[in-house]
Design a protein. Structure first.
Length: 140
């Protein structure tokens, strides 16, 4: 729970520090899974990728509940307009389409959360290995 609050606060700080993400970008994040390409990009801003992921999944059920066969309640009630534009069956189909990427992103987010620099950049795998080796040396 504390980690979730920490990530939300970091996201808010980055959003405020770098200026709010334009509405057109947020709409794009809601409609398109930009977070998939972002996690593949080594130069991506971690915080921006998390915002893109959160926006895309806003109001959609998480696929983990669907994969396990459990009925998973939506985090937010869908608006009437949203329900008119996309049926529940279409929504479930879209959720299942991105189920494996959803899990990959959650893993990516946890993996790099401890190494994110203050500007949101992520060190390379080689840099992370050096940091770990240095920490091991420091602890001896």
């Amino acid at each position: 729970m504390n980690k979730l609050i920490f990530h939300i606060l970091i996201t808010l700080v980055v959003t405020i520090a770098y200026g709010q993400t334009p509405k057109s970008t947020m709409r794009d994040y809601r409609k398109n899974p930009r977070w998939i390409q972002m996690m593949e990009d080594s130069t991506v801003n971690y915080h921006q990728a998390v915002i893109a992921f959160d926006e895309f999944w806003k109001g959609k059920p998480e696929p983990e509940g669907e994969l396990e066969g459990n009925e998973h309640e939506e985090h937010e009630e869908r608006s009437l307009l949203s329900r008119l534009l996309k049926s529940d069956d279409k929504l479930k189909e879209e959720v299942m389409q991105y189920a494996s990427e959803f899990k990959r992103f959650r893993y990516w987010k946890r993996k790099y959360a401890a190494y994110v620099r203050s500007d949101g950049s992520i060190p390379t795998e080689e840099d992370i290995k050096k940091l770990i080796e240095q920490e091991i040396i420091n602890r001896r």
